[in-house]
Design a protein around this ligand. Structure first.
Ligand code: BGC
Length: 418
């Protein structure tokens, strides 16, 4: 444990032993990238929950899915010696900051509330560093989803696709019906989100070998060539204005009937719900065809930075405690589109897609088919992730002769980044 972590640890311990967190807590300054309509609605659930406990909120929003821009802003704040109180963070980024000794310690709160027993181990791998709790998980999202307009699906025959071939047939039918088959925003993290599903659709062993184990043979081999060919095929179903479009505007295209479907994590459901749309009636949620039974997950966690001031450390502990509260986990995730980061939260309040998300997660976990999302920082550290992003985006934009050339480039880029 580093000195900074020790300091955080000591203060957190003093907190539980000596005083009441809420009574002594300062405001929290929170850095996050929840800026879309659905995300803001979910964020409000958190803000209001903290307000009810006497904890004020100082907002530091930095837009951009996947959190790349937020992480750049964070680096600047830490370099200036002024880190925010709490920071939305994903997977390997949490571990990287912990390794730098920048994070506080939540062990006392975690022990008092029994987090070890209720937070899934796949999440604990990122919430803990060197055996100590350093972040509070607020949800579990997954990326291998497709959100389909019910009206567009019905007009194209009504059957949700279960295989790659059926998916292509549906996209063709939607094209013939005069709508944009695939709503997409051309930003590297969105291209990578689609790629998560495409790679997983070629097998769970392949996903693990290529994107988790970074096996050069899997990264540069025939299956990867096929994955890129599928990605390049999907590119043919997006509209001309896709470049740079924000993900929530792509969701809006499906919501308003302009497009047939979007391949996106379940934060997209937050946009549908915010627009008053009902699962099963207005839209259909399916796993990316060929990935049924498997899940590529990412979990938003709030990492607490090692900061001075007992009142601030008290606020961090109080915020972490509020986030892990089972009632809050239900209320928040119902709005966010994600599922709870605890295994003991009932599914009653969730809609059909949320219930499916919870069941899929449990099933994938039991069957060894639960994997970290490459696109959202749960498969490899940032340097490797960025190398993957570059090749995936170049491939999506037609910069390689074919899938095989892209696969070769991918293996080279990952080798260079390690
Ligand atoms: C986060 C989600 C967020 C999405 C789009 C993901 O990386 O995990 O919470 O809604 O980005 O902003």
């Amino acid at each position: 444990m580093t000195k900074t972590m020790m300091k955080g640890f000591a203060s957190a311990l003093a907190l539980t032993v000596g005083m009441s967190a809420a009574a002594q807590a300062a405001d929290v300054e929170v850095l996050h990238w929840w800026t879309s309509g659905g995300e803001a609605a979910a964020l409000n659930v958190l803000k209001e929950d903290l307000a009810s406990k006497g904890i004020g909120w100082v907002d530091m929003p930095v837009a951009g899915g996947g959190g790349e821009a937020a992480m750049t802003a964070l680096r600047a704040r830490v370099t200036a010696g002024d880190p925010p109180t709490a920071v939305q963070m994903l997977g390997f980024d949490i571990q990287d900051w912990a390794a730098e000794g920048a994070l506080g310690n939540l062990d006392a709160t975690a022990a008092a509330e029994g987090w070890d027993a209720v937070v899934p181990t796949a999440l604990q791998a990122f919430s803990k560093y060197d055996g100590h709790w350093i972040a509070a998980p607020v949800n579990v999202h997954s990326t291998n989803w497709v959100w389909i307009s019910k009206a567009a699906l019905d007009a194209a025959g009504g059957k949700a696709p279960e295989t790659w071939e059926e998916l292509v047939a549906l996209l063709d039918a939607m094209k013939a019906n005069g709508i944009t088959p695939l709503a997409h925003g051309g930003q590297p993290w969105q291209d990578a989100t689609v790629f998560d599903g495409v790679v997983l659709s070629l097998g769970t062993d392949f996903y693990k070998a290529a994107l988790i184990d970074l096996d050069p043979a899997a990264l540069g081999g025939e299956q990867m060539a096929e994955a890129f060919n599928r990605l390049i095929k999907l590119r043919s179903y997006v509209d001309d204005n896709f470049s740079g479009r924000d993900w929530n505007l792509a969701s809006a295209m499906v919501i308003n009937g302009e497009a047939g479907m979007q391949m996106m994590g379940d934060w997209a459901k937050g946009e549908f719900l915010k627009a008053g749309k009902v699962p099963g009636t207005d839209f259909v949620c399916i796993r990316f065809p060929g990935t049924q039974g498997a899940v590529t997950f990412n979990s938003d966690q709030f990492a607490m930075f090692g900061i001075e001031g007992e009142d601030k450390v008290a606020a961090q502990a109080a915020m972490a405690s509020a986030i892990l509260n089972p009632t809050f986990q239900s209320a928040f995730n119902v709005v966010k589109g994600s599922v709870p980061a605890r295994t003991d939260v009932p599914n009653d309040a969730f809609d059909d897609c949320g219930k499916k998300g919870m069941a899929d997660l449990a099933e994938a976990n039991t069957n060894g088919k639960l994997f970290g999302s490459m696109a959202h920082g749960h498969a490899a550290p940032a340097a490797v992730k960025n190398a993957l992003y570059d090749v995936v985006t170049a491939a999506f934009n037609g910069e390689y002769a074919d899938g095989a050339a892209a696969a070769t480039a991918l293996a080279e880029a990952v080798a260079a980044a390690q």
